[in-house]
Design a protein around this ligand. Structure first.
Ligand code: URP
Ligand code: ZN
Ligand code: ZN
Length: 459
C-alpha cells in the first residue's frame, strides 16, 4: 500500500511530442498528474523518487519474446520469471510473448498452456500473440474465440520452418482474411522456407556445417521475397500486416516502399538487428558464432544496424522488439556438427532500451519515439533513465551465459523502473514477486491500425 502513492520529482518527462521538466504523481497504478512542483496530499505514505537530471520515460513494451519456448529439441532458457525480471532491469514493463501450437493442434489450448506458464511467474505485465501454423474451419473458429474472449488481437504466421510451422500462400490468404474480419493484426515471419530447406542441403553437401552456413543458406533475398509476398497477399484482402524481426536492408526497403505506396504494413526491427551484425557467424570460436544464430539471420553487411535505425527514425519501420529466445552454449551445441540443428534465438529483453538509446539517440540525435509500441498493441510503466553501463553476461539478469551485446557501453540505463505505480527496480535492487504481472487483454480493431484500413476501404 505504501507504494501505491508515488511522486517522481524533478525529472525530464519525455513524451512523444515534447520533453518537459516536471513532477509525476501516480496513484493506484495510474498517472494522475504531471506538472511543476506537485504536492499531493496527504504527505504521509507518499513514496518519493528523486529524478533530478534524469529522464522519466514510459515503461518499454517488448513486442516479441519467447520465454520458456519448447523449440528445436530444447526449451529457451529464460522463463517467464527470469525473463520478465531481466526486462524490468532494462526498463521494459510489458512483454508480448507467442503462444505457438503444433500443426493440427488447438490454438486455444496453446494460449491456455502459455498463460498457465506465464501467470504464476511474470514480474511485469504481458500479453500473448498466437501463431497460426495450419488451416481449417476449427482454426478460424478458434481465432474468433481468442479475439472475442481472450484479448488476443494479433496472429503470427510462419513462412519458414518447413514441416514444422510453415504455412503456404493459400493458408496465408485465409489467415489474413480472417484477421481482417476479426479486427486483428496479421504478423509474419517472412522468409521463404522452401529456399531455406534447399539452401541448407546445398551448404551441408559442400561440407559447410558451421554457424556461417546458417546465413549463407538464407541470404537477404530469401527474407525480402517473403516480405514482398506477404505484403502483396495482405494488401489483396486489405489486412494490416506486421512483419516481425526485420533483419536485412533488403526486407526493410520492401516495407518502406510498400508504406510509401500507402499499404498498411509495419516493420519490427529487433535489438539484435539494430545493435549487432552477422559478421559474428564467421567468428573462429564456434560457441561465439552459434550464440548469434537466429532466424532470419543477422546480416554480415555491417551497415545494416545503422540503416535499420535510420528507417526506424523515419517511421519507415515502426516498433522494436527483441525476439528474446535464449539458449545457452550447451543447448546451442545440439548443432555442433550441423548448423540446421543449432536452436535459433538470441537475448535482448534486458538490453533493448539501452541498445536503442545508444544506437538511436546517442548516435543519431533524435527525440525518442516513445508512443509507437503502445499505439499498435495498446498498454503502464515508468522508467527513470540515466547513467551508463557496460553490457556483459557476467552482470546481466538473463538466464543464459552469453550476451550478444557483450562489451557495448550504454549511456542510457534505467535507474528505477515503476510498474503499475510500484517501484519494482531501483539502483540494481528488485522489489518483485513472481506472478504479480498482469495479463493485458488487447481489443480488436486497434484504431491506430484499423483507422487506415477503413479509410482505404472508403477511398
Ligand atoms: O530465431 C528465432 N527467431 N527464434 C524464435 C522463433 C521465431 O521465429 O521467432
Ligand atoms: Zn519468427
Ligand atoms: Zn520470434
Amino acid at each position: 500500500l505504501a507504494q501505491q502513492r508515488l511522486l517522481i520529482k524533478g525529472g525530464k518527462v519525455v513524451n512523444d511530442d515534447c520533453s518537459v521538466v516536471a513532477d509525476v504523481y501516480v496513484e493506484d497504478g495510474v498517472v494522475q498528474q504531471v506538472g511543476p512542483n506537485l504536492n499531493p496530499e496527504p504527505p504521509a505514505g507518499l513514496v518519493v523518487l528523486d529524478a533530478t537530471n534524469k529522464l522519466v520515460i514510459p515503461g518499454g513494451i517488448d513486442t516479441h519474446t519467447h520465454m520458456q519456448f519448447p523449440f528445436m529439441g530444447s526449451r529457451s532458457k529464460d522463463d517467464f520469471y527470469t525473463g520478465t525480471k531481466a526486462a524490468i532491469a532494462g526498463g521494459t514493463t510489458m512483454i508480448i510473448d507467442f503462444a505457438i501450437p503444433q500443426k493440427g493442434c488447438s490454438l486455444i489450448e496453446a494460449f491456455d498452456r502459455w498463460k498457465s506458464w506465464a501467470d504464476p511467474k511474470v514480474c511485469c505485465d504481458y500479453a500473448l500473440h498466437v501463431a497460426v501454423t495450419w488451416w481449417s474451419n476449427k482454426v478460424k473458429e478458434e481465432m474468433k474465440s481468442l479475439v472475442q474472449n481472450k484479448g488476443v488481437n494479433s496472429f503470427k504466421m510462419f513462412m519458414a520452418y518447413k514441416d514444422l510451422y510453415m504455412v503456404n500462400d493459400e493458408e496465408l490468404y485465409a489467415a489474413f482474411s480472417c484477421c481482417k474480419e476479426l479486427g486483428a493484426v496479421a504478423q509474419v515471419h517472412a522468409e521463404n522456407g522452401e529456399l531455406i530447406a534447399q539452401g541448407a542441403k546445398k551448404m551441408l553437401a559442400m561440407g559447410i556445417t558451421g554457424p556461417e552456413g546458417h546465413e549463407l543458406c538464407r541470404p537477404e533475398d530469401v527474407e525480402a521475397e517473403a516480405t514482398q509476398r506477404a505484403i502483396t497477399i495482405a494488401n489483396a484482402v486489405n489486412c494490416p500486416l506486421f512483419v516481425v524481426h526485420v533483419m536485412s536492408k533488403s526486407a526493410a526497403r520492401v516495407i518502406s516502399n510498400a508504406r510509401r505506396e500507402g499499404k498498411v504494413v509495419y516493420g519490427e526491427p529487433i535489438a539484435a538487428s539494430l545493435g549487432t551484425d552477422g559478421t559474428n557467424y564467421w567468428n573462429k570460436d564456434w560457441a561465439h558464432a552459434a550464440a548469434y544464430v537466429m532466424g532470419p539471420p543477422l546480416r554480415p553487411d555491417p551497415s545494416t544496424p545503422g540503416f535499420l535505425m535510420n528507417l526506424l527514425a523515419n517511421d519507415d519501420l515502426s516498433v522494436t522488439g527483441t525476439d528474446n529466445c535464449t539458449f545457452d552454449i550447451c543447448q546451442k551445441a545440439l548443432g555442433k556438427d550441423d548448423f540446421t540443428k543449432i536452436p535459433n534465438g538470441v537475448n535482448g529483453v534486458e538490453d533493448r532500451m539501452s541498445v536503442i538509446w545508444e544506437k538511436g539517440v546517442v548516435s543519431i540525435s533524435r527525440c525518442l519515439n516513445v508512443e509507437q509500441n503502445a499505439r499498435i498493441s495498446v498498454i503502464l510503466g515508468v522508467v527513470l533513465f540515466c547513467k551508463h553501463r557496460t553490457i556483459s553476461a557476467k552482470t546481466h539478469h538473463q538466464a543464459n551465459n552469453f550476451n550478444i551485446f557483450e562489451g557495448m557501453i550504454c549511456h542510457g540505463v534505467p535507474v528505477a523502473t515503476v510498474s503499475r505505480g510500484k517501484v519494482v527496480y531501483e539502483g540494481g535492487a528488485f522489489n518483485v514477486t513472481a506472478g504479480e504481472g498482469k495479463y493485458v487483454s488487447r481489443p480488436p480493431f486497434p484504431p491506430y491500425v484499423y483507422k487506415r484500413v477503413r479509410q482505404r476501404e472508403q477511398v
